[in-house]
Design a protein around this ligand. Structure first.
Ligand code: ZN
Length: 134
């Protein structure tokens, strides 16, 4: 983490090496030059071709694949909160915090990434498009 990056709430994104804040919030994943597979976080090797994957920024928008409410969380984390999987247009599937109660979500909803204050840190979350200006 550099001096200008806010602290990131531990959880789904375990390292600030996995995110970029400027010029806009983006996930740092990986892509395969041979088969086009994308993954987050960037694995050392492509799961299809077993050749080295190159770091690449992933899309800021995706589609909610599935989700669940979490009622017992780590200290300092407000509950309940929602986690789920977001499918990105380039094929990566990302496990993530999802904004809002699970009852208000539906599979295949369009979502976009954003930063949400969480106590004395921030949480990277995905929110249904149209709910917030991100
Ligand atoms: Zn590949």
């Amino acid at each position: 983490m550099n001096a200008t990056s806010p602290p990131v709430h531990a959880g789904v994104i375990l390292s600030t090496n996995h995110i970029q804040f400027d010029p806009e919030l983006s996930l740092r994943g990986g892509g395969c030059a041979d088969c086009g597979a994308a993954a987050f976080p960037c694995p050392e090797l492509c799961p299809n071709c077993l050749i080295p994957m190159a770091p690449r920024l992933l899309g800021r928008r995706g589609v909610l694949y599935t989700y669940s409410a979490i009622h017992s969380g780590p200290a300092g984390r407000n509950t309940p909160y929602t986690v789920g999987y977001v499918d990105l247009p380039d094929g990566a599937r990302v496990f993530a915090h999802i904004d809002g109660p699970a009852a208000a979500l539906e599979p295949d909803m369009a979502v976009q990434i954003r930063v949400v204050p969480q106590n004395d840190s921030v949480c990277i979350t995905w929110t249904p498009e149209g709910d917030h200006d991100a």
